[in-house]
Design a protein around this ligand. Structure first.
Ligand SMILES: Cc1ncc(COP(=O)(O)O)c(C=O)c1O
Length: 371
C-alpha cells in the first residue's frame, strides 16, 4: 500500500456540507477581504490560544514581517535566527531591511541553542530575536529565552508557523509570547484553504500597530499614518479556519497519537535515531524527526520511493548554506549542527487521520530499507 507524505483530503463526515454553507454565506454577503468573518476569527483565535489579541494577515511570512516592523526592526539592524528553519524566517528579516545572524541548534531538541544565543547577543547586539518553534514542538529552554530577552529588553518574536496547538507547561505557546506569529498554509496542522497567517500579541496596543501596518497604515480609510502594505486576510480563509477550529482537537489528537506510535515503533526497531519534544512541551504532531546516517539516507530514500512511501526532509539545507543568503547574513554563531541536521533529517508520513495500518506499512518499509 502506498502512503503519501501528506494527505489533506481526509475530511470528517458533514465537513464538506458545512463548508459549502460557509462559501455561500461569504459569497452572498461579499465578505471577500477582512470584515466581520475575519474579526470573528481573530476573536476566536485569541480565545482558544489564550493570547491577549490576534491579528489575521495574508500569510506566515507577512506575519513575521509585521511583527518585525512593530518591534522597530529596520535598515542597519541585526536579528538573531536559528540556522535550522524555513527560509521565510531569513527572508522576513532581510525584507524589512535588517540582516540575519544565524545561530546553531541544540541537537537534543533541534531548536536554537540557548548558550550560543547568549554568545550571539554579546557579539552582535541584535535589535530583535526570532525564535522558531520547529517541527511542532519548542525548545526546552523557552523560559530562559523569554526571561533573558525580557531582562535585556530585546524584542523576542516567536515564529510559531509550525506550532498551532503546541503547549508549554500546559499553556498554549502563543499565550505567553511577547509577539508570536503563525502560518495557515494548508499543509500546517491548522491550515487554511489558501495562504493566510496571524500575529499573536501580548497587548491590544501591539495588535493595533500590527493591524495598522498590515492595512496600508490606515488610520481612517484615506488617512495613512505609517508606511505599511496590504496583508489582509481573505474572508474565505477566515471562514475555512473558523470551521476547522471545530475539528481542530480531533485532528491534532490523531496526529499526536500517530507521532507517538511512530516513536514507539522506532524505539522497538532500535536502529532509528529520532528526536522527541522536550519535557514540558505538548507537541501538535506536525512532524516526526528521524535522523539518518547522511551517507545512507539517499539509499534509504530510494527504497522508500520504490515502495510508494512518501517522506519529507524538513529542511535539507541550513539557512547559512542557502545560496540566497550570500551577501545578506551578518554572521553565524556556533558550529554546523543545522547543516548536519539537513543531511540527516527524514520525516515519515504524518497527517490527520493517518491509519495504524498505513503507519505499519511505513515502519515495515523503513525496516527493510535500513536492513
Ligand atoms: C517556520 C516557518 N516560518 C515561516 C513560514 C512562512 O509561512 P507562509 O508560508 O504562510 O508564508 C513557514 C511556513 O512554511 C514556516 O514553516
Amino acid at each position: 500500500m502506498a502512503v503519501p507524505f501528506i494527505d489533506l483530503k481526509r475530511f470528517e463526515p458533514g465537513f464538506m456540507d458545512r463548508w459549502m454553507e460557509k462559501v455561500r454565506h461569504v459569497t452572498e454577503n461579499t465578505m471577500f477581504v477582512g470584515g466581520p468573518v475575519v474579526a470573528d476569527l481573530e476573536k476566536r483565535l485569541a480565545e482558544v490560544t489564550g493570547a491577549p489579541a490576534a491579528v489575521g494577515c495574508a500569510n506566515g511570512t507577512d506575519a513575521l514581517q509585521l511583527a518585525l516592523r512593530v518591534a522597530g526592526v529596520g535598515p542597519g539592524d541585526r536579528v538573531l535566527i536559528p540556522d535550522a528553519t524555513f527560509w521565510a524566517t531569513f527572508e522576513a528579516v532581510v525584507n524589512v531591511g535588517a540582516k540575519p545572524v544565524t545561530v546553531d541548534i541544540d541537537m537534543t531538541d533541534l531548536q536554537m541553542d540557548f548558550d550560543l544565543f547568549r554568545k550571539a547577543v554579546d557579539e552582535y547586539a541584535p535589535k530583535a530575536v526570532l525564535l522558531v518553534h520547529l517541527y511542532g514542538w519548542c525548545t526546552a529552554r523557552l523560559d530562559d529565552f523569554r526571561e533573558f530577552c525580557a531582562a535585556r529588553r530585546i524584542p523576542l518574536i516567536e515564529d510559531g508557523a509550525q506550532c498551532f496547538g503546541v503547549t508549554w507547561k500546559g499553556r498554549a505557546i502563543y499565550a505567553d509570547a511577547w509577539m508570536a506569529t503563525t502560518s495557515f498554509y494548508p499543509a500546517k496542522v491548522f491550515g487554511s484553504c489558501g495562504d493566510a497567517g496571524a500575529v499573536f500579541c501580548s497587548s491590544k496596543e501591539l495588535a493595533d500597530r500590527t493591524r495598522l501596518h498590515g492595512n496600508h497604515g490606515r488610520v481612517t480609510h484615506y488617512l495613512h499614518g505609517v508606511i505599511g502594505w496590504n496583508s489582509r486576510m481573505a474572508g474565505l480563509d477566515a471562514a475555512w479556519l473558523d470551521l476547522c477550529l471545530d475539528y481542530f482537537d480531533a485532528r491534532m489528537a490523531s496526529r499526536v497519537e500517530a507521532a507517538a506510535r511512530y516513536r514507539e515503533a522506532f524505539a522497538r526497531m532500535g536502529n532509528v535515531k529520532y528526536v522527541a519534544p522536550p519535557e514540558g512541551c505538548g507537541e501538535n504532531g506536525y512532524l516526526v524527526a528521524t535522523l539518518m546516517d547522511p551517507a545512507r539516507r539517499p539509499a534509504i530514500e530510494a527504497k522508500l520511493k520504490e515502495q510508494g512511501i512518501g517522506f519529507g526532509n524538513t529542511y535539507p539545507s541550513a539557512m547559512s548554506e542557502q545560496p540566497g543568503a550570500r551577501g545578506w547574513s551578518a554572521g553565524h554563531v556556533g558550529g554546523d549542527n543545522a547543516r548536519v541536521l539537513g543531511k540527516s533529517i527524514l520525516n515519515p508520513p504524518l497527517f490527520a487521520y493517518i491509519t495504524p495500518a498505513e503507519q505499519d506499512e511505513v515502519v515495515a518499509a523503513l525496516k527493510a530499507a535500513m536492513a
